[in-house]
Design a protein around this ligand. Structure first.
Ligand SMILES: [Zn+2]
Length: 479
């Protein structure tokens, strides 16, 4: 019995497609690799990690060579059509050499170039089949790595992570640019998907990814909204000029978000924490109008059209209730319990500024009443207070009474508890905090185009639509 590695003989006929993919010196490469693996086995100070590292490095070169040949075959088989509009290309010139960055390192290949009269641009016919971007030479796997890492961490950190995990060197600038390109692609796809939801065909399209199965029992669709702010510097270098004109340059801008889920798709984690099994996310820097349309489309995907009723939970911001009334008429509205309790605590501290125990003793029965659906009784109790106070303290109490009156219809916490519904918008608040981990680091400044692109990537991933951007990520393996 032989102990040498079984390597298929190098085939000679060029008509054998498997043979034409076989890397040169395969046997030599594998022997050299096996030698290094054996050395690592014998080295007492080296562990399994060293073996993994040897194989990853050794495998890279073999895979790189096979990929180079396969990519060339794909390119050669591409008809001379425009990859964007399928128009026939003219003034063809073959043999344009390109270096493509792939997950196994750089590969070289030749592409056919031609002129598209419809696009009025020079095009490479094979670009669509190879999945190359219009500008840039990163393979789809490298585009995905850029999108995944840069939407999670600054590009300089992404460079280190990609180098360590994938073993390839791609500069931070290239990763950042590639991630933004993918984010813009995600924005285009989001717009198309949302647009489809407002057409009858779109709603009934047999799209496995967007269509939910018909519900077995009536359900309530829950929608939570919230906002956070992001620091941008679009007017870079113009601050002094702006100030000279009497305009303070604005830095902080609102990012708006929403989530929708069926209330009967909630469960408890092993630790007893409530979790939502399936939910849709929306996040945008595009303003209230953009949020409104995106949230409606996402809610439709989550079953808005078939919901027994809709419940909207949020803090007291006016824009939220305007949006809710406009796009989700007929929905029940609930203001976040914690938010309301903060307003009652503000009154408690106004009444007992020096005495925290007295403030607590005053507020607790009122919070209990709120939870028992007695918001009117709470307001009635508060109204005479301002007559007993003077000046700023009276005004402070008046402000809180006004707030509670404006939200009175939305404080049905007794009903919420009876029906096991959420009392607050904590699910969305925690989502906002997770986005902020990436976008609100010290010293970070964004541009609106840059942050919207990366926010859109993150949202695509959360919504389980990553494969729409990177179809290879859902590629079924035969093994
Ligand atoms: Zn074209």
């Amino acid at each position: 019995m032989t102990t040498t590695l079984e390597v298929p003989r190098k085939p000679t006929p060029a008509t054998d497609t498997v043979a034409t993919l076989w890397p040169a010196q395969t046997e030599d490469l594998l022997r050299a690799l096996a030698g290094r693996v054996r050395d690592s086995v014998c080295a007492a100070e080296q562990n399994l990690g060293h073996l993994e590292e040897e194989l990853r490095r050794g495998g890279h070169e073999l895979f790189r060579q096979m990929l180079e040949k396969a990519a060339q075959q794909k390119a050669d088989a591409t008809p001379p059509l425009c990859p964007h509009c399928q128009n026939k290309l003219s003034r063809l010139s073959p043999g344009h050499f390109t270096t493509i960055q792939t997950r196994f390192g750089p590969i070289r290949g030749q592409r056919l170039r031609g002129y598209c009269r419809r696009c009025r641009k020079w095009r490479f016919a094979a670009d669509a089949l190879l999945g190359l971007p219009e500008e840039g030479t990163q393979s789809p796997a490298v585009q995905e790595m850029a999108a995944l890492t840069v939407s999670k961490m600054p590009a300089t950190e992404a460079e280190q992570v990609v180098q360590r995990l994938a073993g390839i060197k791609i500069s931070a600038a290239t990763l950042g640019r590639a991630a933004r390109q993918q984010g813009q692609r995600a924005q285009t796809q989001r717009a198309q998907l949302d647009q489809k939801m407002s057409t009858p065909e779109g709603r009934t399209q047999p799209d496995r990814d967007l269509q939910l199965q018909l519900p077995l029992e009536p359900f309530t669709l829950g929608i939570e909204l919230d906002a956070w702010n992001i620091r941008e510097r679009d007017d870079w270098g113009q601050s002094a000029a702006r100030r000279a004109q009497g305009q303070e340059p604005s830095r902080w801008h609102w990012a708006y978000g929403g989530t929708s889920f069926r209330l009967n798709q909630r469960a408890q984690s092993a630790g007893g924490r409530p979790t939502i099994l399936s939910r849709g996310y929306v996040m945008t820097r595009g303003g209230g109008e953009a949020l409104k349309e995106q949230l409606w489309a996402e809610a439709m995907r989550r079953g808005l059209g078939r919901a027994h009723e809709v419940l909207i939970v949020a803090d007291g911001a006016v824009w939220i209730w305007n949006l809710a009334g406009d796009r989700f008429p007929g929905a029940r509205q609930r203001v976040d319990f914690y938010h309301v309790s903060q307003h009652l605590w503000a009154v408690a501290h106004t009444l007992h500024p020096e005495d925290p125990a007295a403030a607590r003793a005053w507020v607790q029965p009122l919070l209990a009443k709120l939870k028992a659906d007695e918001s009117c009784a709470v307001i009635t109790e508060l109204e005479p207070l301002q007559a007993r106070l003077e000046g700023a303290r009276a005004q402070a109490v008046q402000k809180e009474v006004n707030y509670l009156q404006s939200q009175r219809e939305r404080m049905d916490y007794g009903t919420a508890q009876r029906k096991s519904e959420p009392l607050g918008s904590g699910a969305m608040e925690s989502t906002c905090r997770q986005y902020q981990c990436r976008f609100k680091r010290p010293g970070q400044f964004w541009s609106q185009t840059g942050d919207e692109a990366l926010i859109c990537l993150e949202t695509f991933r959360r919504n389980g639509r990553w494969h729409l951007l990177f179809p290879h990520s859902a590629h079924p393996s035969k093994n």
